[in-house]
Design a protein around this ligand. Structure first.
Ligand SMILES: *Cc1c(COP(=O)(O)O)cnc(C)c1O
Length: 376
């Protein structure tokens, strides 16, 4: 069976975890966490990078940093993971879902402005499949309406928009290092705090509402409970696993991109015949091969496609059920405007096996099965 995902393992993880254990410092913010923070800050130019226990908790921190109050409105796509919505719904926000663009499956930036009301506080672009949203336009809308921007860059680690790393453009960016993402620590994530006014508060929120980070830097002589907060920091064991992968981030990225390109080359002829639709990467965007998806012509065809591939030992999977049609989405949100593509295109979308180390042989098996389905 060719799995849909295999968590990345590059080799040094065992050594680093052993090192973390031997250091007798296995709680958060030890040597490996610091190395991960420094890597993210140097490589991406994050103002402040802080590891979290998941991409979801990174989004929770972002919602706290935005100081979301009951009744505030947050604009986001409906075609996303529940976490994007949860983090704001927890604090009483009303979710305002906006349709996606069919080419990237990202929020349609041209529809955002009409969804803004006097209650709107935050826009949450989700960089689907690691392909950037139209950030210049989104940031301009946010600036003109005095809104904050939280990038859900859970899938966008190592991707760029006009040369700028995803997660470093909005006020806060959120990364995931879940085992299904390009770089992993099992469960984990990070926030990239870009708004200078949020940096100190981010450290406090993450350390149970205390000014412990300042204390460790010798900036205060005792630490105290100064604000609300929670424990958002992961164990050193997880950070050690992640650091091994960040060290070879380019190798992982290139390996995935190669598989992505091979799929793309193989499937473009099917697209030219009008049998399927393929992902589009806009000119200014460099993606990270987080995902390779195709769109079948209908939901029925997709169901048949997935079982056809399964019979040939290939695990292909569909993705999000749009949040606005889910029970919690109905309760906490509303769809603004027409649902032209969110439901129709999510019904057609199917993801193919994609992971670091996918072999040529397995990739060819996938390609052959897809072509067979379309009698090619
Ligand atoms: C994976 C993902 C998350 C959540 O990350 P976890 O680390 O699994 O909590 C949030 N948003 C998007 C778009 C994701 O893909």
């Amino acid at each position: 069976m060719i799995n849909f995902n295999v968590p990345p393992l590059v080799g040094k993880e065992h050594d680093y975890i052993r090192e973390a254990i031997a250091s007798h410092k296995i709680c958060g913010d030890g040597a490996f966490s610091k190395k991960c923070h420094a890597w993210l800050e140097e490589r991406f130019g994050c103002r402040k990078a802080l590891l979290t226990t998941s991409g979801s908790s990174a989004l929770d921190m972002a919602a706290l940093l935005c100081d979301i109050q009951p009744g505030d409105e947050v604009i986001l796509p409906s075609f996303t993971f529940s976490s994007t919505a949860n983090s704001f719904a927890i604090y009483g926000a009303k979710l305002v879902f906006v349709d996606v663009r069919p080419d990237t499956m990202n929020i349609d930036e041209t529809l955002i402005e009409s969804a803004i009301t006097e209650k709107t506080r935050v826009i949450v672009p989700v960089h689907y499949a690691g392909v950037a949203c139209e950030m210049d336009i989104i940031m301009d809308i946010a600036r003109r309406h005095n809104l904050l921007v939280v990038e859900d860059a859970a899938q966008g680690v190592m991707s760029t928009y006009k040369g700028r790393p995803l997660g470093t453009i909005g006020d806060v960016g959120c990364y995931s290092f879940h085992e299904t993402k390009n770089y992993s620590m099992g469960e984990g994530g990070a926030v990239s705090v870009n708004n200078p006014e949020m940096v100190e508060r981010a450290e406090i929120l993450r350390e149970k509402g205390t000014n412990r980070a300042k204390f460790f830097r010798g900036q205060v002589d005792k630490y105290n409970w100064v604000d609300i907060g929670d424990s958002f920091l992961p164990s050193e064991l997880n950070a050690a696993y992640l650091y091994a992968q960040l060290e070879v981030a380019d190798e992982i990225n290139n390996n995935r991109l190669h598989s992505w390109e091979e799929y793309d080359k193989a499937f473009r002829p099917l697209e030219a015949e009008g049998l399927i639709d393929l992902p589009v990467v806009p000119e200014d965007c460099v993606h990270n091969a987080h995902m390779y998806y195709i769109k079948c012509r209908s939901l029925e065809e997709r169901t048949a496609f997935i079982s056809f591939l399964k019979e040939r030992g290939v695990m292909a999977v569909f993705h999000y059920v749009p949040l606005h049609s889910a029970p919690a989405g109905l309760k906490f949100g509303r769809f603004h405007g027409e649902d032209k593509y969110t439901t129709a295109d999510s019904d057609r979308l199917v993801r193919l096996p994609m992971y670091y180390g996918l072999t040529e042989e397995d990739r060819n098996t996938v390609i052959k099965a897809v072509k067979e389905f379309y009698n090619k």
